[in-house]
Design a protein around this ligand. Sequence first.
Ligand code: ATP
Ligand code: MG
Length: 222
Amino acid sequence: MAALALKQISYKYKKADKDVLKSVSCHFSGGEMAAIIGPSGSGKTTLLSILAGLDEPGAGSIEMDGKDVLGMDRDLWRRREVSVIFQSFQLFPLLTVLENASFPMELNGVPKKEAREQAKRYLELVGIAPEKFKRFPANLSGGEQQRTAIARSLASGAKILLADEPTGNLDSENTKNIISIFSRLAHEMGYCVVVVTHDPKIADLSDAVWQMEDGTLAYHEK
Ligand SMILES: Nc1ncnc2c1ncn2[C@@H]1O[C@H](COP(=O)(O)OP(=O)(O)OP(=O)(O)O)[C@@H](O)[C@H]1O
Ligand SMILES: [Mg+2]
């Protein structure tokens, strides 16, 4: 199972006078759902963007299964190994549900027909009914949009799912539903799921909780 380890990661935004991440160390595993909690502005999204390969840290190392991640091709890392799920879903508005979910596979060269068949399976896995496959995202509920976004993430083939406040725009029923999907992906299918959240319920249901505080990260005993 994939294991991701961050060692003494520091990061500073251009023109900023101090580090936003201060020697952050942590580890995440396949089969595990981890929560990152902490106050607004403490550095949670910054940490996720480094894990996602969108930014490079000023210092420190990241290893996946003991292999140096920062030395790898960052475009490949971003496309193949990790996938990000956002609070605001970020679906392609002019593509249907099915096209959204098959897009990453088509981008990776999977023939269209096969990509569509596989996308249907991912959509069914997250509980989107077939009669909604041809809708545009604007015609779905928030919960359905987020489930479609999760299906699209699965279609990328990444085994590391990074979610930034994925339930921030959802009511409690949809929140429960999204969390049970993440939990199933981790516990039954071996995905490594990392969720940034303000929601204590999500932290409660996670296997590990990391607390960010002004750029430092600590393991929070449950
Ligand atoms: N592009 C940027 N340029 C400069 N500073 C930034 C940038 N993005 C974020 N910051 C700063 O870095 C710090 C950490 O921001 P980050 O977005 O990681 O916090 P967060 O923990 O995700 O907060 P929230 O819970 O509000 O989403 C904040 O002080 C923020 O103002
Ligand atoms: Mg944030």
